[in-house]
Design a binder for this molecule. Structure first.
Ligand SMILES: C[S@@+](CC[C@H](N)C(=O)[O-])C[C@H]1O[C@@H](n2cnc3c(N)ncnc32)[C@H](O)[C@@H]1O
Length: 182
């Protein structure tokens, strides 16, 4: 009897997991949402090694599994780091990673377009052209003067690029980093 019940629970778990994955993919590809493509860890490490910053508050807009925030917090423990992620699976995975590393990181299951970002000293993002267009307006309106924006791969349409890095090896994916300062 116990074996049958365990089997049914396992099957239900699998069905729910598949449904969640289907819903995520449906949102990404049918509704044109930015898919969850993580920045390679090596690129993040190289980036953090290169930049010379000392922000008090860092935001990751579309934080995925929180890998940038985790790497940042481990390197700069006194910085307050906050991420927004609206897809359930990367968000849950990020929460598990934060628990595992036992770090004081806020990862919120929220749409960053609906959040006020005026407290951020540094923003990291890896999104898409449409989101960058919308974010430009939000940055113009909300972001404090001198705030730094680090964007993987996608530029802010009308802002002046302060620094640009191509990281990793020739074959690295998602390795163009644009840095801006308001
Ligand atoms: C390309 S991934 C990058 C993830 C992470 N920042 C990294 O570099 O590894 C973009 C993430 O942004 C999330 N995202 C896109 N639009 C969002 C929004 N409006 N609010 C919150 N998260 C969003 C997606 O769900 C996806 O996980």
């Amino acid at each position: 009897m116990i074996v049958i019940i365990s089997y049914i629970i396992f099957q239900l778990f699998l069905i729910i997991l598949l449904l969640l994955i289907f819903l995520e993919l449906f949102q990404d590809f049918v509704l044109g949402k930015v898919p969850y493509i993580p920045t390679p860890i090596k690129i993040i490490e190289e980036l953090l090694h290169k930049i010379n910053v000392s922000p008090k508050i860092v935001y990751d807009l579309g934080a995925g599994d929180a890998r940038f925030l985790i790497a940042f917090k481990r390197k700069f423990p006194s910085t307050k780091v906050i991420g927004f992620e609206n897809s359930l699976l990367p968000y849950l995975y990020g929460k598990i990673k934060i628990l595992y590393y036992n770090l004081d990181i806020k990862l919120l299951h929220k749409n960053f377009f609906k959040q006020n970002i005026s407290q951020a000293d540094l923003i990291f993002c890896f999104l898409g052209p449409e989101q960058m267009k919308r974010l430009e307006k939000k940055f113009d309106e909300e972001l404090k003067k001198d705030a730094i924006i680090i964007s993987n791969t996608f530029t802010i349409p009308h802002w002046h690029i302060k620094e640009k890095y191509i990281l990793g090896t020739n074959k690295s994916a998602w390795n163009k980093i644009y840095i801006y300062q308001k």
